[in-house]
Write a protein that binds this ligand. Sequence first.
Ligand code: ARG
Length: 449
Amino acid sequence: MDNNTDKVFSKDLFSNFSSSISFDKRIYKEDIELSIAYSKALNKINILSSEEQKKIQEGLISINKEIESGKFEWRDDLEDIHMNIESRLHDLVGLIAGKIHTGKSRNDQVATSLRMYLKSRVDYIQSLIRNLEIEIVRKADLNFGTIMPSYTHLQRAQPVLLSHHLMAYFEMLERDVSRFSECKTRMDELILGSGAVAGSFYNIDRDFLAKELCFSRINKNSIDGVSDRDFILDLANCITTSMMHLTRLSEELILWSSEEFNFINLPDNVVTTSSMMPQKRNPDYPELIRGKFGRTVGNLVSILTMLKALPLSYNRDMQEDKEPIFDSLDTYTSSIEVMIEIIKGADFNDKAMLDSTSGNILATDLADILVMKGIPFRESHITISKLTKKLQKDGKSISDLSESELSKILGEEIEIDNNKSINSRNIVAGTSEDRVKEEIKVAKRILNI
Ligand code: ARG
């Protein structure tokens, strides 16, 4: 028997499938603000009398209160946030509620409310990034003078200041701040007035609406206005990039807190113990940040794929923009909030870091010293490479030799140690104490600390 033939599709199946209320209710505040501004614009062209406008505004304000106090009765049978609010407005003010939709469509409404909501989230994100930067700069300042190996290919490379390494993250985060700013600038465009697609029949004062709703400009093409979701894609990308930065930091924290490195002690509240192995301090929180990155990539790909090849203008596919961007927002903001706490409580182990600079970490410096004595770099490189290989055979490395022993072997006066190595890199972007001090000073000025 073919089971499908007698399957009765319930009304619920369709309404559940098409409903967005469970997730778009989070833009209620912006949607209400938008409707209040719109009622004022309708009053300006006499579609609403002043008295009607006032009633509608009061109705919308009380809906806002109902939602905020948890008293609002969400109706699953009404598709989305816009319909839920309009229907409740009907209950509260009667037939005149029907006038609020004059010349407006959910197409220009959802595009505008979303932009409003996401703009405010970007402001919050930027404040979080700044807070993380503050913790990073504080650690760079507090631990100034601590020396550690820098790495390339995860192999010890050259000695650097820990502060220099930490400030690299400040630079990354600064790029994130500016990327989010650019994203917000692009998002900052009022779509309301575009109607369903062709532009509003009514001569709504769009400049007034833009002012009321804090948009710095209005869109120029109604078709593009209701079709465009680039601003969501941009934001998803900004989030993914910054989240990727957090995974790089997480990865280093995880490595550094291992017994093998022992560079850092993570605060108790971000490590967990093992139910079986009593000695364990597992870095679960940085691991979770690293793991959650996958969601943001998935969300970015979902949004991009949803938009691919969509004909203009609005298509219902676009309702699928919300869950991924909301998930990316939540994932990223909670990750950065956690990272702030991790950095705040982290303790660096100066001795372990310094001990890790023993070995051949000054090999490049030796080659550079020979260059300064007139030997071409290619040759000096070979000389030092041979020296390290020879030392290795005897189970030794450059750090086992004194300056006078080195001078004897190389036939030149050699003065070398970590501090000299670090301070000789006194070029802009270098790790010398002066340069790093300056970098921290500039950062503090930016952060107002
Ligand atoms: N819930 C819809 C969305 O998020 C709102 C716009 C609906 N417009 C329409 N013509 N059905 O995309």
